[in-house]
Design a binder for this molecule. Structure first.
Ligand code: PAF
Length: 286
C-alpha cells in the first residue's frame, strides 16, 4: 500500500491506479473499526483499486465537540488497511486540505437541517465541503459510506447530485449497512469513550429502537411510541435524547404515521459525555 499526504502525490498515484480500471474511495476520519473495514471489503468487491482517506476534518466539529479528543492512530490504521489490500492511503494534513485563505463552504439545505443538523450547527456544511474536496481530489468512480450516518449519506447524495460531482451516477455513491456488536450496538469510533457501565447501558439503544419499530409496524401511534422510546432510553441510563424521529428515508422529513414511502427511525442520544446515533428501516425487515 502506498501512502501519500500531498495533493500532487495523490494525483500521480491515482493516475497510476486508473490503469488497472475503476477506483473506489472510502472516506474516513481514521480510528478504524470493523465498520470501516466492511466498507473497504465492499469497495474491493466493486473496484480493482481502493483509496482510503484518513482526515479528522476540523470543520465538521462544533466549538464544544471532541475534535481534540478524537482518536488518531494513523500507523495502526495503515497496518489494518494494508492487510485489507487497500492500494492507496490518502492522509493529508489540515494545511494541505485547508490552505491559508481557504474560504469556501458547501451548504446543503433541506436534508441537512433537521436531526443531527439541528443539534450540531455547521456539522453538515463541514462534511459536505470536505467530501466535495475528496471527490475532486481523488475523482473516484465510486465512493462508499456507512449507513450508520444515514443523514450524512443523504446530504452527500444531494450534494453530489446538485453539483454534478465527478461520480458518473448517483448509484455510485454506495451506502453500506451498519455493522453491529453482538448486543446490537452500532460500531462507532466514539464507542471507545464509553465506560464499562455506559457501554452496557448503550445496548438499550438498538434494543429499544427495534421494540419501537415493531410497535409502529403493528399500528401503534407514532408520536406516543417515540415519546415512550425516549423515556425508555433515559430509564436505561442515557443522559438525554437529542431526537427520536420517524422520517422519510430519503428526504428525512419527519412522519407522524407510517405511509407507503420507505421510512427510517433515527435516534441520537447522549450517555455521559458521549453522543451515540443509530437508525433502522421501518416497514421492512430490520
Ligand atoms: O463519516 C465520516 O467519517 C466523516 O464524516 C467523513 C465522511 C469521512 C467526512 O469527514
Amino acid at each position: 500500500m502506498k501512502a501519500v499526504s500531498t495533493i500532487g502525490d495523490l494525483r500521480d498515484a491515482v493516475a497510476q491506479l486508473r490503469n488497472a480500471g475503476p477506483v473506489a474511495l472510502v472516506p474516513t476520519m481514521g480510528a478504524l473499526h470493523d465498520g470501516h473495514l466492511t466498507l473497504v471489503r465492499r469497495a474491493r468487491e466493486l473496484a480493482p483499486s481502493v483509496v482510503v482517506s484518513i482526515f479528522v476534518n476540523p470543520t465538521q466539529f462544533g466549538p464544544n465537540e471532541d475534535l481534540g479528543a478524537y482518536p488518531r492512530q494513523l500507523e495502526e490504521d495503515a497496518r489494518l488497511l494494508e492487510a485489507e489490500g487497500v492500494a492507496l492511503l490518502w492522509a493529508p494534513s489540515v494545511d494541505e486540505m485547508y490552505p491559508s485563505g481557504f474560504a469556501t463552504t458547501i451548504s446543503v439545505s433541506g436534508v441537512s437541517e433537521g436531526l443531527c443538523g439541528a443539534a450540531r450547527p455547521g456539522h453538515f456544511d463541514g462534511v459536505a465541503t470536505v467530501v466535495a474536496k475528496l471527490f475532486n481530489q481523488v475523482q473516484p468512480d465510486i465512493a462508499l459510506f456507512g449507513e450508520k450516518d444515514w443523514q450524512q449519506l443523504a446530504v452527500i447524495r444531494r450534494m453530489a447530485s446538485d453539483l454534478d460531482l465527478t461520480l458518473p451516477q448517483l448509484g455510485n455513491i454506495v451506502g453500506v449497512p451498519t455493522v453491529r456488536e453482538a448486543d446490537g450496538l452500532a460500531l462507532s469510533s466514539r464507542n471507545r469513550y464509553l465506560s464499562g457501565e455506559e457501554r452496557a447501558a448503550a445496548a438499550a439503544l438498538p434494543r429499544a429502537m427495534k421494540a419501537a419499530i415493531t410497535r409502529i409496524e403493528q399500528g401503534a401511534d407514532v408520536p406516543a411510541t417515540l415519546a415512550a422510546l425516549e423515556t425508555e432510553l433515559v430509564e436505561a441510563g442515557f443522559t438525554s435524547v437529542d431526537y427520536a424521529t420517524l422520517a422519510d428515508a430519503a428526504r428525512l422529513e419527519p412522519l407522524a404515521a407510517l405511509g407507503n414511502a420507505a421510512a427510517r427511525l433515527l435516534v441520537a442520544a447522549r450517555i455521559g459525555g458521549t453522543r451515540l446515533i443509530d437508525n433502522m428501516p421501518v416497514g421492512e425487515a430490520v
